[in-house]
Design a protein around this ligand. Sequence first.
Ligand code: ATP
Ligand code: MG
Length: 394
Amino acid sequence: MFLKLPPKVVRILNVLQNHGYEAFAVGGCVRDTVLGRAPDDWDITTSAHPQEVKHLFVRTVDTGLAHGTVTVLLGEDSYEVTTYRIDGAYEDHRHPSQVQFSAELAEDLRRRDFTINAMAYNQEQGLVDLFGGMQDLQKKRICCVGDAHERFQEDALRILRAVRFSAQLGFSIESDTEEALRELAQSLSYVSEERIQSELVKLLLSAHPDYVLRLFDTGIASVILPEMEASEETARSLCRIPSEKPLRLALFLHALGEKKAERLLRLLKFDNHTIDTVRKLVRWRKEPITANPACVRRAAAKIGIHLFPMVLQMQEIDRDVSEIRAVWEEVVREGQCISLNSLAVSGNDLIALGMKPGQRIGKALNELLKEVLEKPEYNTREYLLESVKRKWLQ
Ligand code: ATP
Ligand code: MG
């Protein structure tokens, strides 16, 4: 089988091989190339030890020397080059207590999680597929390398990765792998929240977000998503909303309500910006907005200019929002004011008029914004300054 490798990958493989080492592209990049998908990144596996790799390339980063990984920089691009390795005993269901370098490609492939992720390729030897990865790609299934039970016991994150890859690729999970995954779902409690977060997001953003249902019917959800219940309707809706993190998260968590959704996101260590955005989207999912300019402006002022279009995308799941969208587009096209920032006067203008700095200024500006949200044509300096004189400086 011939696979087209990027020229820089070929260059790295050649340098290593010309110095007497073995080197292959490995893992996700081989899987994706076979499937005709563009890989996110190219990983290289080699018999060379990290110090030897560092010696052969001008620009390198010590990414994880203890685990054998050196990042090679070529122009704008970077490639992880990792020494063949055998993972020692796993003690905490997540990390091998030690790793050992090896001279055998086969040993490096054996430590990998799934057959479709355990193939290597170079132009001299072609595809090295020792565990039936090609067959599983053809059969569209996720299958552990070796004994599934053992592999999930070693590293519980693989349980979640199995479901995530199945959702990204639209694959089934092979029966032994699935059985082991159900049996060991509880051990996901040993995995860090950050890793769970990252897998969950990849699953939700995948081409088959409805596969989240598998988290529930395998028992995974009870460990990583406490308090959540399976909903087929939500799963179906997820397929109908664009693959954007806040949208899919908000839709997924909507049934929990704003408070519990926030608590879950905090538990999974999401960043504040994501939490804040998702919380607002959950809150506004069902709020009525009428296709009337003043109502749209008021809603957009409360929600925020950037989030308003996302709220419409959320609401679109349940109803036709085309009229609201048309009104919104007009508001944007005309540059109508919907926030304090675009008000024709500022706090300093009010101070110049004779108002004392302090809370009243904020109140006055908000009152002006309210007027302008009703009637955009009021957003002129003259009108607003007059209004302030009339209402606030008497
Ligand atoms: P993607 O990057 O598209 O999510 P990937 O297959 O490249 O998918 P990575 O997490 O980047 O996944 O890992 C690269 C390779 O390392 C995998 O293909 C697999 O061979 C191996 N690997 C990664 N994580 C594990 C793990 N937890 N257990 C065993 N092997 C793993
Ligand atoms: Mg990868």
